[in-house]
Write a protein that binds this ligand. Structure first.
Ligand SMILES: *[C@@H]1O[C@H](CO)[C@@H](O)[C@H](O)[C@H]1NC(C)=O
Length: 314
């Protein structure tokens, strides 16, 4: 039974708006890879390492819902063939010499949580990005994305990089809110400022809530600066990406969350898992290794001389 996160912000939010919501859980990423079909379509060696959840039909070229719907999803709803990704969080247990992916409890995609009435279903082929991947300071973030890191159900001060400054009792929680306004003709998106801009309609807002688990990674915990970073840098660069893969029928069914009731509503396919095992459809390119992904990006930025000499030997 999914539970509502009871932190101060969420309680405050529900006091004003009390609409229902739905939620899809994914136990773990099916793939880590240094690609980004939204930001760097068609390109290898440009992206930092990402952790991918949902439909496995994702390559540098993935562009449509139909492509994702031909894939295998590890989401706990057979009708959700969306793909969701975030920069891989990493920890170090040796003072920064080596970095390994942080453990996970679960990834959750919430839809319409605490939001006012959605007018349209999430359109087929919709792509969303939340957060600023290049942000190096708190000021560089997009406030609308409300990208935060903290301890689940526990108030802990943040360190200078935006991560909890001491060990969490349970999970480290990453939150991220996506634009909820869409132009259904152009698929442009925007955040609502109370209402959506002219020409845009409100759809169920997507929110990532990822419960990472450092307890096995760092059994002695930490105090002060967390020995943690994202593949893109400090927590300020926290961001997420989404390509819609919901079947049209289930995306439409999701609109029943617009009833004025603060409760979880099940979308068709909820709880059913696909009878398949997701796998990288393009295993001969890219890497799932953080150090290799860093090396690939620096090779890529050598400039024209580096490029010419490299391509001659390819
Ligand atoms: C991606 O899909 C959109 C439809 O959503 C289409 O207009 C566009 O041409 C496609 N891009 C590529 C590179 O295939």
């Amino acid at each position: 039974m999914p539970s509502i996160l009871l932190n101060a912000a969420a309680v405050g939010f529900f006091a004003q708006a009390a609409y229902a919501y739905t939620q899809v859980n994914v136990a773990s990423p099916f793939m880590r890879k240094n690609i980004d079909p939204i930001v760097f379509p068609g390109q290898y060696d440009k992206s930092h390492l990402h952790s991918f959840f949902g439909s496995d039909a994702v390559t540098i070229n993935t562009n449509t819902s139909a492509e994702l719907q031909a894939g295998c999803t590890n989401a706990q709803n057979v009708n959700d063939l969306s793909v969701y990704w975030v920069p891989t969080p990493l920890f170090t247990a040796d003072g920064g010499t080596t970095w390994e992916p942080v453990g996970i409890s679960r990834f959750s995609a919430y839809y319409n949580l605490g939001e006012s009435e959605a007018e349209v279903a999430i359109p087929q082929n919709l792509k969303l990005v939340a957060g600023v991947a290049t942000a190096t300071t708190k000021e560089g973030m997009d406030a609308s994305a409300k990208a935060t890191w903290g301890c689940e159900s526990q108030d802990v001060a943040l360190d200078s990089n935006g991560f909890p400054s001491s060990t969490c009792n349970t999970h480290v929680q990453q939150l991220l809110y996506f634009p909820q306004c869409v132009n259904t003709e152009t698929l442009e998106t925007a955040y609502a400022d109370r209402t959506c801009p002219d020409g845009f309609k409100r759809m169920p807002q997507l929110r990532f809530s990822i419960r990472w688990d450092l307890r096995k990674n760092l059994p002695n915990g930490w105090s002060g600066e967390a020995p943690v970073k994202l593949a893109c840098g400090p927590a300020w660069c926290s961001h997420g990406d989404f390509i819609n893969g919901w079947t049209e029928e289930a995306a439409t069914d999701m609109l029943k969350t617009t009833v004025e009731k603060q409760k979880y509503i099940s979308v068709i396919g909820d709880g059913e898992t696909a009878d398949c095992t997701p796998a990288d459809p393009d295993p001969d390119h890219g890497t799932s290794d953080y150090a290799e992904s860093v090396a690939a990006m620096s090779k890529r930025s050598v400039g024209s001389w580096g490029w010419k000499s490299r391509s001659r030997f390819m």
